[in-house]
Ligand binder design. Structure first.
Ligand code: ADP
Ligand code: MG
Length: 412
């Protein structure tokens, strides 16, 4: 029995391993299909090599991968598993086919409904959820089985205890592995992001400073030229166009410079109130032009160290993005709230604009990623950089067509 148990555990590890080795770096949508396929193979192997107890009872671990997929993937991903499971079960035949069909249908209907709550909880909570669920599911199954078999002797109870322990242990170990893998992926993503920031800020430091002087000189002389009499209207319009383009270049560079600026000179210890007032005043005219109403609330008594300029720039970038996302929105509202919660300063910036898809969300904050014609794709990068520097992080929730919420969490 111990050998089959190990074998079954190996089946469980199989999709995890294959996935980690071969498919980890591919795009997401494709990944999910591969994972479902690998899990299906695991289930088939589980059914093919069930665990035989000494008492003669047989059971298998097929519901472990089934429940994991249901919890992480929801209905969409578990449905193919359900189909494969039952087709294979019919193919194997023997007694209990109908029971298996009914039971898996019940699991299919009930478990994915918990998926949203499951995904919202913390890693440890998820482990407890999954283990609890597999015990509950198998418990129900065994109770039903006992009613059908109609015998409740000591041997049956041994089976119950054995089956439940094995399920719980296998599930708990798998969940620990899975959560660790997810954590590693997330950490790697975070490291790559900070690496990107480093590259960009080094480049920025060397380039932007050198560029600023020639730009200022050129734009100064062009302005002088513009005042000279005897220019034809056409020539004047050329000069004005050049000036406009120069100021655009200037803007891009100032976006760059904010990466490179040393932190020490503007560092303050404060509660963000001054920055909020300032940025609010800066953004209000812009909001009015775009017919966006701004709701604002400040309720924070926590202090922290930060760079005044960078924090202002970061907030302005986020406000601007929010307003730009609501260009086509009726009753556009930008709501900004600065609050405190459990020793963290919490800045919430919510808009009801165009929103983003999952794919767009995952690209947010990468250098030069922009969906706007005039965009630089540096605003978010700068915002992430500024928040990163004060030891905080940004959470983004977005739904296409509904709007976006940015939450900046800064520990104090
Ligand atoms: P830019 O604003 O110059 O395009 P950003 O780095 O500020 O560059 O933003 C990158 C992209 O992220 C934007 O082009 C836009 O597609 C998306 N984005 C950022 N904020 C929002 C938002 N509040 N709602 C919808 N999309 C957003
Ligand atoms: Mg922007």
């Amino acid at each position: 029995m111990f050998e089959t148990l190990l074998l079954n555990f190996l089946f469980m590890l199989f999709p995890v391993l294959i996935f980690l080795i071969f498919f980890e770096n591919r795009p997401h949508a494709y990944n999910r299909k591969i994972l479902v396929l690998l899990t299906a193979i695991t289930m088939i192997l589980c059914i093919a090599k069930p665990i035989r107890l000494e008492s003669g009872f047989i059971f298998d671990l097929r519901y472990v991968p089934f429940i994991i997929t249901a919890l992480y993937g929801g209905y969409k991903h578990v449905l193919p598993l359900y189909l494969i499971l039952n087709v294979y079960r019919f193919y194997v035949g023997g007694e209990g086919v109908v029971q298996s069909l009914l039971f898996s249908t019940a699991v299919l209907v009930l478990v994915p409904a918990l998926s949203k709550r499951f995904l919202r909880s913390k890693p440890r909570g998820r482990m407890i959820w999954a283990t609890g669920l597999v015990i509950l599911t198998m418990g129900c199954y065994l109770i039903v089985l006992s009613l059908i078999l109609g015998k409740l002797d000591i041997q049956y109870w041994m089976l119950v205890v054995n089956a439940l322990t094995i399920h719980a242990v296998v599930m708990a170990v798998l969940m620990i592995l899975l959560e660790q893998i997810l954590l590693n992926l997330r950490n790697r993503e975070r490291m790559m992001q900070s690496e990107r920031l480093n590259v960009v800020s080094e480049l920025a430091a060397s380039v932007s400073h050198e560029m600023r002087n020639p730009l200022t000189v050129t734009s100064g002389f062009l302005q002088l030229l513009n005042q000279s009499k005897g220019l034809t209207p056409e020539e004047k319009s050329y000069i004005e166009l050049s000036l406009l383009e120069l100021s655009r270049a200037e803007k891009i560079i100032s976006d760059y410079l904010s990466f490179a600026k040393p932190q020490s000179e503007n560092r303050v210890y404060s509660n963000l109130q001054a920055e909020c007032e300032y940025t609010k005043n800066v953004i209000l005219p812009y909001a009015t032009i775009h017919k966006v109403a701004v709701e604002f609330s400040f309720n924070n008594s926590l202090f922290t160290h930060y760079d005044r300029n960078q924090m202002q720039q970061c907030l302005i970038n986020l406000y601007k993005n929010a307003i730009e996302a609501m260009k086509e929105t009726q009753d556009a509202v930008l709501s900004i709230a600065i609050t405190e919660s459990e020793q963290n300063i919490l800045i919430t910036i919510r808009d009801n604009g165009i929103g983003m898809t999952k794919e767009e969300l995952s690209r947010l904050g990468k250098p030069y990623y922009s969906t706007k014609e005039e965009g630089t794709g540096l605003g978010m990068l700068m915002a992430y950089n500024a928040v990163h520097k004060v030891g905080g992080h940004i959470r983004v929730q977005s739904e296409k067509g509904k709007g976006t919420t940015f939450r900046i969490i800064i520990p104090t």
